[in-house]
Design a protein around this ligand. Structure first.
Ligand SMILES: [Zn+2]
Length: 249
């Protein structure tokens, strides 16, 4: 499993290397591939739709509070269930959007630890976990990467009984677009060392290579096509490939 560290886009890819087909430059055996927005507002609307079911759409409005009491009929509502009545509408205020700048570190770290606990069942199925080393100047990202590292270290099978995890380590980001990856894909002639020094080009290349890798896998090809922020997902997949290449060479 490889992890691309982020708060808005924490991405991962889990590969079963036993299923990798060395001779056909496309991947099989993607087990999990996805990302999570740790700052997403996950509160749902409490309104009831016309058919009598719970609305459960993402809530955008929250009831104001007076004297310790909610003054609107519901605590969380979407745009539709905020009511048409102007007086009632005013009883709601917009739920403030969380972003990396407004959320406190403490809150962010708690969200991350909650997510890890909730996802433990599938996260700890991997034998080896690689976390992309953060060379950024953003201290927040560095801290997040070390929380991930420590959490996994505490959940290796040596310390945590139901875990399959053998080890966790950091890996450098730059190797995922190295010459060997291009050679593996059979496109060594399009390896352009000079252009790869530019960040924008690297992003584009990561997406191009990932599209190439999943082209014969119906499920993941569809998933990848439909997703936004493709570069983070691409990074995790290419990191897996790079680790695999290191393993076999
Ligand atoms: Zn609603």
């Amino acid at each position: 499993m490889c992890i691309d560290v982020g708060t808005r886009n924490l991405a991962w890819c889990i590969i079963d290397v036993r299923e990798w087909d060395k001779h056909s430059n496309h991947l099989r055996g993607i087990r999990e591939w996805g990302k999570v927005d740790l700052l997403a507002n996950s509160v749902v609307c409490q309104g009831i739709s016309k058919s009598g079911k719970e609305c459960a759409k993402k809530a955008r409005w929250i009831s104001r509070i007076r004297n310790g009491k909610l003054i609107a009929p519901l605590q969380y509502v979407c745009g539709i269930h905020r009511s048409r009545n102007e007086t009632v509408r005013k009883k709601y205020k917009e739920i403030p959007k969380r972003n990396t700048k407004t959320v406190s570190r403490r809150t962010l770290h708690n969200i991350l630890l909650d997510w890890l606990e909730e996802s433990k069942g599938w996260l700890l199925q991997s034998k080896y976990i690689y976390i992309e080393l953060q060379l950024t100047r953003n201290p927040s990202m560095k801290i997040v990467s070390h929380i991930l590292y420590t959490w996994f270290l505490m959940h290796t099978k040596k310390r945590y009984r139901s875990s399959k995890l053998v080890d966790v380590s950091f890996i450098g980001a730059r190797y995922k677009l190295c010459k060997y990856v291009y050679e593996y894909l059979g496109i060594a002639n399009s390896y352009n060392y000079k252009s790869l020094r530019k960040k924008d080009f690297r992003k584009k290349e990561a997406i191009r290579l990932s599209t190439l890798l999943v082209r014969k896998d119906k499920k993941w090809r569809r998933y990848y096509r439909s997703t936004t922020k493709k570069d983070d997902l691409a990074d995790t997949l290419l990191m897996c490939l790079w680790q695999y290449i290191r393993l076999i060479t």
